[in-house]
Design a protein around this ligand. Structure first.
Ligand code: 0O2
Length: 209
């Protein structure tokens, strides 16, 4: 696909529509959650359409030809949204919120928090379908939602830079240190949840007295 074909442009139109729909639905769900619980579990939300170059690289790395059909069938994260939470418990609250929503259909859950990747990467991924209403009818478009804590996000952003700089040839020392940092982050996230729970218990007890 030397230049953008009309089919690819049509696909992009659907992906852009799916991203807008997803952003709106998630913003509404978070607002509703905050209203009902008097608490906002989300620090920030980021979204993007995967660049053409990244799509091509991912297809080639998996030995697929660069075709619109292969993008649709094999690239599951062209539409991507990341929800960054304060606490570990918030990550699971958001997963439940999305699973319970009628607007989004979750078809795959990948819990890299309970089962981190070999690199140490930790995050909760949901592959979902979002309905997009077009002139000819409704289409279910796939998107990936990554949900993680601020600490996991901090780790992943440095890891991403390292991967980009070393292009797959990461020195062992850096890999080992990043893995240790991932363990520290996991430990820190757990301590922060415990501290937050303790604080809430003390406040609730004071309110009763
Ligand atoms: P980018 O540049 O972030 O978009 P799939 O993508 O579902 O076909 P895969 O690769 O098994 O198959 O999916 P996975 O591992 O569930 O999710 C892939 C995405 O998770 C990556 O997208 C990254 O965003 C993130 N990710 C996974 N492992 C790591 C890691 O070790 N370090 C960092 N920093 N991020 C990771 P892309 O397309 O690889 O990259």
């Amino acid at each position: 696909m030397e230049e953008l074909t009309e089919d690819y442009e049509e696909l992009l139109l659907k992906y852009n529509a799916a991203l807008k729909t997803l952003e709106t639905q998630i913003a509404i769900l978070i607002q509703d959650y905050e209203f009902k619980n008097h608490y906002n579990p989300v620090e920030h939300v980021k979204s993007r359409i995967k660049s053409y170059d990244s799509i091509v690289n991912k297809l080639k790395s998996r030995d697929y030809d660069v075709t619109v059909e292969n993008i649709e069938n094999h690239i599951h994260d062209v539409v991507g949204l990341r929800i960054v939470c304060s606490f570990l418990s918030d990550v699971y609250a958001i997963v439940k919120l999305l699973e319970d929503s009628d607007q989004i259909t979750v078809h795959t859950k990948k819990d890299y928090i309970s089962n981190p990747k070999d690199s140490g990467y930790s995050s909760y991924h949901l592959l979902v379908y979002v309905p997009v209403y077009l002139i000819d009818g409704v289409e279910m478009v796939e998107a990936e939602i990554q949900i993680r804590t601020v600490a996991m996000d901090f780790w992943a952003s440095l890891d991403h830079k390292i991967r980009y700089k070393f292009k797959g040839e990461i020195p062992n020392e850096i890999q080992e240190n990043m893995y240790k940092c991932a363990l520290d982050i996991n430990d820190l996230d757990q301590k922060m949840v415990d501290m937050n729970n303790k604080m809430r218990t003390i406040i609730e007890d004071q309110e009763i007295i």
